[in-house]
Structures are given as structure tokens and as C-alpha cells.
Design a protein around this ligand. Sequence first.
Ligand code: PEP
Ligand code: MN
Length: 338
Amino acid sequence: MILTLKAHATEKEIKQVTAKIKELGFQAHVSKGEVKTIIGVVGEKAITTRGIFETITAVEAITPISKPYKLVSREFKKENSVIKIGNGVQIGGKKIVIIAGPCSVESRDRLIDIAKRVKSVGAACLRGGAFKPRTSPYSFQGLGEEALRYLSEAREITGLPVVTEVMSPETLELVGRYADVLQIGARNMQNYDLLKEVGNYKKPVLLKRGLSATVEELLMSAEYIMSRGNYNVILCERGIRTYETATRFTLDLNAIPVIKHHSHLPVIVDPSHGVGVRSYIPSMGLAAIAAGADGLMLEVHSKPEEALCDGSQSLLPDQLTKMMKELKGIAAVVGRTL
Ligand code: PEP
Ligand code: MN
């Protein structure tokens, strides 16, 4: 339920309302506008307390939220959220953001080489896995903290903020010390303990859609993070599992307008995992921007044949250069910049 306070409500009035919400056992999420403050009353059956708030004079209007997700919903916040992720980069504004880099960090020199290349063609953020969720326990699992140090060095050299995956609550402090954005991988989208911890941690989070998750389940996972007070959530469509075998997953471009309709959070699309085949990635990346995505996450490798993970879906730097030019054209058509 949303409480809209009367115009220019005082700090004292806001405190009075939030105290009442807490006293009733609910969470109060305050959003202050220039004129009006709105307060989300969040918790199971919050709507049953409507009558109590009707008697408080500072409360001008009460609006129920019909969806199971509350803070994530457009009903709670009408304007698009813009997430600031460091070094002036913002996701969800007019500018399309390209996050590019290797699937996993393999060595210092290779990472720095790829980071410089993606920076030179206009990527705004560097990606690279230090802790890798692999299907096989015998596959390369990532370099762990060593990789985090290389990512940090690459950020110092290029100025690119770093996006890297955190796989467990136990490693959150460690990853959080180095990362600008904490990636929650598809396989962890419903790891609720991890979601709660990143919700408490307050750094921006890039939440990837689970392989078999519905859009509503993705939004409910985002709600876990936001309900802990971390409003810096970026959603990521990365393909879902279907009966189709020509591609690794099926990139669900439907999810972009659907999420935009139901939520104010920014949406990034990862066509690399979504299709899994290098030659198909540019088309799907362009289509994602045309459909309204706020940015792309792209795997890029200078020697994909030597990559320790996802080489066959990694773009070559030259392909990225070409794609960036094409993206500029599409961005302009849909009123965005790159
Ligand atoms: C990744 O981004 O490297 C990754 C493992 O992605 P996903 O969780 O979407 O499979
Ligand atoms: Mn990968």
C-alpha cells in the first residue's frame, strides 16, 4: 500500500507516519519528491491497516499495490529508476550502457588487454567472472580473489567500473570490496539468503533472470533485495530454457516491454548467454536495444579459442567495434544515445 502525504509534509509528520508503520509490524520505504513524500507500507496484509492511516491528517491518499512485488512495481514508482554505478556511469537513463569483457578473468595481461579494447570502442563497464558457476565441477571455477585484484587494476587503468558475480553470502564481503556492481547469476536468482545479504549490503546489484524463471519470479527476487533497503537493482534478461536447441538458450525479448510495463527498474540484456553462438549475438543485441533495453552485457575475448569459459559465445574485439557503430544507429532511432 502506498501512502501519499500531503504537500510539503514536515519531517516530524513523516517520522510520525513511519513510526506508526513500524509499530504495526510493517516496513516503511520513504521516497521524498520535491513536493510530495510517498511511503510504501510493505508487509503481508499491509492493506488491512488502511483504516488506521486514513485517520492520520498528514496522509492525503492511500493506494493499494495490486502486484505481489511492491517496491519493484510501477505502481510504487512511476518514473524509471536510474542506477548510479560509479565513475559517472548511470544505468536506466537516456544513455545506453554497454558492459563488456571476458566471461571469466583468466590472467592479468589478458584481462587488461580486453579491458583496454572494450574501453576504446565505447563500453562503459567491464565484466569478468572471478567466481564462476560452472555446470561441471571439473571445469575452470575462476581465479577467485586473484581475479578480483586484476579487475581492480583494470579499473584503475581504464576507469571502467567493474561488474562481477558473487556466488555466496560467505564471499560477499570479499567480492564487494572490489566490485562496483554485484552480479547475481541466473543460477542464484532464487538463492534467497544471497538476495537478502546483497539487499543489506547496499552496492548496486545486477540480477540475472533464472534459466526457467518467469518475469514475475525475477521481479519477486528483485523485491527481496529492495525490501532490505537496497534500491540499486538492475535486471538482466539472459535467455531462458525452451525446447529450441539451435541456440544455447532462447533470448526472451518479450521480457523487456513486459518488465518495463510492470517495473521502474532498468533492464540490461545479455545476448551472449541468450544465444550462445558468436555470429548471432550482434543481431540480438541490436534487437534488444530496439525493444527498449537500457544496455547490453557482452562477452568479449581477444583469443576466444583459448578462453577457459564461453569462448564460442565471446565476440572478437573487431565484432564489438562493428556492433557499436550499428548500435549507435538503433539507439538514435529509439531516442537514446550510446
Ligand atoms: C555470466 O555472466 O558469465 C554467467 C555465468 O551468466 P548466467 O548466470 O546468466 O549464466
Ligand atoms: Mn559466460
